[in-house]
Design a protein around this ligand. Sequence first.
Ligand code: SF4
Length: 262
Amino acid sequence: MRMAVHPEAGCLDEYRRGGFETRPYLPDRSRTSSLLRVGGLQPFTTLDYPGELAAVVFCQGCPWGCRYCQNGHLLPSRGEGLIPWDDIIGFLRQRKGLLDALVLSGGEPTLQPALPLAIQQIKALGFKVGLHTAGCFPERLARVLPLLDWVGLDIKALPQDYPPLTGVPGSGEKAWRSLGLLLASGIAHEVRVTVHETLLPPDRLADLIRRLSQAGVRRLALQECQWRRTLDSNLGPSYSNGKDFVGDFGHLFECLEFRPSP
Ligand code: SF4
């Protein structure tokens, strides 16, 4: 299994101690061309922010190394193919009236200290802002929640089942703390679970769905794992994709949706 690589060399220990989140969360405002490190842009989507016409920005860097990650190229915080932030702002100016929202995805957007300022810049242009996050940094998530219009939170497993999946001890506790903060915030959101039976066997998936319902989740999406593009090339196919669980557990949620892999 691939070990998680922290995006800032030498900081993994600090991340695990929790000190990483207490660092200053504001960037140098004079360096707007590198405000957020962006590794990709999807100019149009109707899938990534429910009910809105949106573009998606893929932020560089993530502290985890999930075996089924589809975006391995985005995990280093200083990867290749950087798109200058000014280009993203220029793109948005050209899309006024054509798009409703920008979704910040990754990687893990809350890794980057500039996230609050980037959100404010996007909103100043008149766009809603959505966030895709795995909840790696609960304190940082809490600080940006008031700025956001919608959040898609990945919950990967019950807390104790996270480390074999992410490669990082304590990652499950952070993700579930983020879930609690999100639910308490009242911000519109959706929780997503990626289903691969090796990492989340059917009995564990059933437990997870029940626990999410008990926690107060009302909108849940079960996502089929795109196993051909995973970070761990040995993961192989999953013969269970979660589709059957929609009928069994749909009554527990306002919306329980199955999402096949594209
Ligand atoms: S799946 Fe998400 S949280 Fe996991 S390594 Fe990839 S970007 Fe990070």
